[in-house]
Design a protein around this ligand. Structure first.
Ligand code: ADP
Ligand code: 5GP
Length: 192
């Protein structure tokens, strides 16, 4: 059972299409927050990318272990994204919020909408690209995906933006055009 009572820290949900720059912006916001904003480390069944560290970027687990976490009610939300499970362990989120910290969840739109049902007081931010062409260029330029995964991620982007914008849940939209501006905007949301 997820306890959302008596929590003072803010729950900040950040979503947006793959390649829009969420990790880049979020990392800087956390680094500049002087410990007031913490990152929720998700569990996932996808393979680690080069440079990703288990326990820092994700908890990389197998499908069985992930399904056991679902069964045990340990996840605040979970979703199937691009054929892999992703989910937010509830314990660390509750603990950090109880300490008065803002907890940043970098999760997909489905996950965000699930959090909206469970935690109505949360803040929802959509990070959007300046244009579809720029999104394509960023995701392709990152060079972390094979051709098939890349196409799948790009074709989902439009749906994600549309769904978030019409959901009534994502009430804040930040266009990640000039990186510094996007970081400043999210930092302000996170700390106020
Ligand atoms: P996401 O976490 O949303 O999938 P990333 O943070 O991995 O996206 O960013 C995707 C790529 O876009 C990275 O190569 C990153 O350096 C680049 N990027 C991020 N923000 C900007 C920006 N404002 N302008 C140009 N490139 C950016
Ligand atoms: P990536 O594979 O690029 O790290 O992430 C793919 C997508 O899964 C991104 O939109 C990311 O925000 C989302 N994601 C990461 N962690 C979680 C999570 O715990 N729950 C949900 N619902 N989505 C997540």
């Amino acid at each position: 059972m997820t306890n959302t009572a008596n929590q003072s820290g803010k729950l900040l949900v950040v979503s947006g299409p793959s390649g829009v720059g969420k990790s880049t912006v979020d990392r800087e916001v956390i680094a500049r927050s002087e410990g007031r904003v913490v990152y929720s480390v998700s569990a996932t069944t996808r393979q680690p990318r080069e440079g990703e560290i288990d326990g820092r970027d994700y908890h990389f687990v197998g499908r069985e272990a992930f399904e056991a976490m679902i069964e045990a009610g340990e996840l605040l939300e979970h979703a199937d994204v691009f054929g892999n499970y992703y989910g937010t362990p509830a314990g660390p989120v509750n603990q950090a919020r109880a300490e008065g910290k803002t907890v940043l969840l970098e999760i997909d739109i489905q996950g965000g909408l699930a959090v909206a049902d469970k935690c109505p007081g949360a803040t929802f931010v959509l990070i959007a690209p300046p244009s579809k062409e720029e999104l394509d260029a960023r995701l392709t330029g990152r060079g972390t995906e094979d051709q098939e995964t890349l196409q799948r991620r790009l074709s989902k982007a439009h749906w994600e933006l549309d769904t978030a914008r019409t959901s009534g849940v994502y009430t804040i939209e930040i266009i990640n055009d000039v990186l510094e501006d996007a970081i400043g905007a999210l930092l302000e949301v996170a700390l106020t």
